[in-house]
Design a protein around this ligand. Structure first.
Ligand code: EPZ
Length: 430
């Protein structure tokens, strides 16, 4: 199994260009199959989740052309199969966007249910409630979700919880329905807006994305388009927090600073200096990080996908901090790994109580999920000595060339897949 070998202690300094948003891309790739014309998608992050979804899209008969590393062309006109049941598709949650896209376009879909994952049970009851409200029959059997409808009619849908996935899935399922659909208590993340903008570029009629009420007027068909995905708020945030943890100085480029406001605000509270430009944000770290408290919330609140990275920074701050996770029920699995590096963190319920420490020391670590894995990389970069991080395929789900970008910033990191290469690297960088 691949792992990262990291020698910590270097300040990360320099500039890094941020790629397209993974969580916008997954909704956009699903939406792309809702027209029989060709769609060109640019600034597509080349990460495992997007590669797996593209594989599934090809599997059901769509034509996919890889124009260059971050650009694909998709033509759904040749789709012949509405059943998505591939072993690999169960590994990514966003497979459920094909449920909404195929239902919306073909009035039927059948997709293997994604399991829960390491951050919580992650039910999809709100997705299914919405499909039924539009007039679809929905069944779950043998690990598959099946939907079918004579026709789809617009409906007034109120989400019991703010849910990114269901908001996107119901925009997909309703954009070709007869009549108007209203989504209440909708998620407002930047990637929701990006998926709505993409659908509108294909001829959909969606208003209000980015607010908690989204209005969709069904149209008869969608057409091809060319679209560039917004920058990834969480990739940018991960590098911003790496600057703080390593007392470095990093400028994240090709970003939308507005999307990073809650992150910049927390870093300023922790004592970092933030400088903002039109499409860049510079984070200047400090040797005296200050403790503070954070609670994860739906956008524009502090994003849950940055919660582990925040905990790493606060673990090195002076004093006591609290991190409260309000979105998922099991998103502190990384805390045990940090404590093995010398951190002092206690989890009670959905809150981590953090006593800052002078320093962390390197250790053998296991990445429990995507964002916690990225946070452990940040911790290893800030720690004294060597760390090895296992299960890095989680990290590759959402970060393109993570070790390459970190190396340019001064990190001593290498991806290896055997003990011999790990030892060789350690001797080399001693
Ligand atoms: C998306 O997951 C992201 N994944 C997650 O990012 C992100 O953490 C999450 O949104 C919150 O921002 C993708 O976009 C592929 P939700 P999603 O539906 O859509 C509950 C990453 O690291 N809920 O907004 O699955 C749910 O249990 C990943 O990139 C229901 O109860 O999240 C959770 O408590 C990790 N019923 C809350 O809502 C439902 O039908 C928010 O979930 C749906 C959700």
């Amino acid at each position: 199994m691949e792992q990262y070998v990291i020698k910590g202690g270097n300040k990360l300094v320099g500039e890094v260009s941020i790629g397209g948003a993974k969580n916008a891309a997954l909704g956009i790739l699903a939406a792309a199959i809702m027209t029989d014309e060709t769609v060109t998608i640019e600034n597509l992050p080349n990460v495992r989740d997007t590669r797996v979804l593209l594989q599934a899209i090809e599997g059901i008969g769509a034509k996919v052309k890889y124009v260059y590393n971050n650009c694909v062309q998709i033509n759904g006109g040749s789709i012949s199969d509405m059943i998505v049941d591939y072993e690999y598709i169960r590994k990514i949650r966003a497979s459920y966007y094909l449920l909404g896209a195929l239902l919306g376009k073909y009035k039927t879909s059948k997709v293997a249910l994604p399991g829960g994952c390491n951050i919580g049970s992650r039910p999809i009851d709100q997705h299914l409630k919405g499909f039924r409200a539009l007039g679809a029959e929905v069944e779950i059997e043998h690990g598959m979700v099946s939907t079918k409808a004579e026709s789809l009619k617009g409906a007034h849908i109120y989400f019991d919880v703010v849910t990114v996935g269901a908001t996107i899935n119901l925009m997909l399922a309703s954009c070709l329905a007869e009549g108007d659909t209203i989504l209440e208590n909708a998620a407002k993340e930047p990637h929701i807006v990006d998926v709505a903008n993409f659908l509108n570029a294909m001829g959909a009629n969606i208003k209000g994305a980015g607010t908690d009420v989204i209005r969709i007027k069904g149209v008869s068909r969608l057409h091809g388009t060319t679209y560039s995905i917004i920058p990834d708020q969480i990739e940018a945030g991960t590098f911003m927090f790496a600057a703080a943890a390593t007392r470095g100085d990093i400028t994240v480029k090709d970003v939308i600073p507005k999307h990073l406001e809650s992150l910049s605000a927390k870093l300023q509270e922790a004592g970092c200096e933030i400088v903002e430009g039109d499409d860049w944000v510079r984070v200047i770290g400090t040797d005296n990080l200050k403790s503070t408290n954070v609670k994860t919330l739906p956008y524009p609140g502090f994003p849950t996908d940055m919660q582990p990275q925040m905990a790493v920074v606060l673990a090195l701050a002076n004093g006591a901090s609290m991190v409260t996770e309000s979105i998922f029920e099991n998103r502190f699995k990384y805390v045990g790994e940090l404590n093995r590096m010398g951190c002092n963190i206690k989890v009670e319920g959905n809150t981590a109580y953090i006593e800052g420490v002078e320093k962390m020391t390197g250790a053998e670590l296991d990445a429990p999920d995507l964002r916690a894995g990225a946070a452990l990389v940040i911790a290893a970069l800030a720690a004294e000595g060597f760390s090895c991080i296992n299960d890095i395929e989680y990290i590759q789900r959402g970060y393109e060339d993570f070790e390459g970008k970190l190396t340019v910033l001064g990190a001593v990191i290498k991806r290896v897949d055997n003990e011999h290469d790990a030892q060789k690297f350690k001797l080399l960088v001693g």
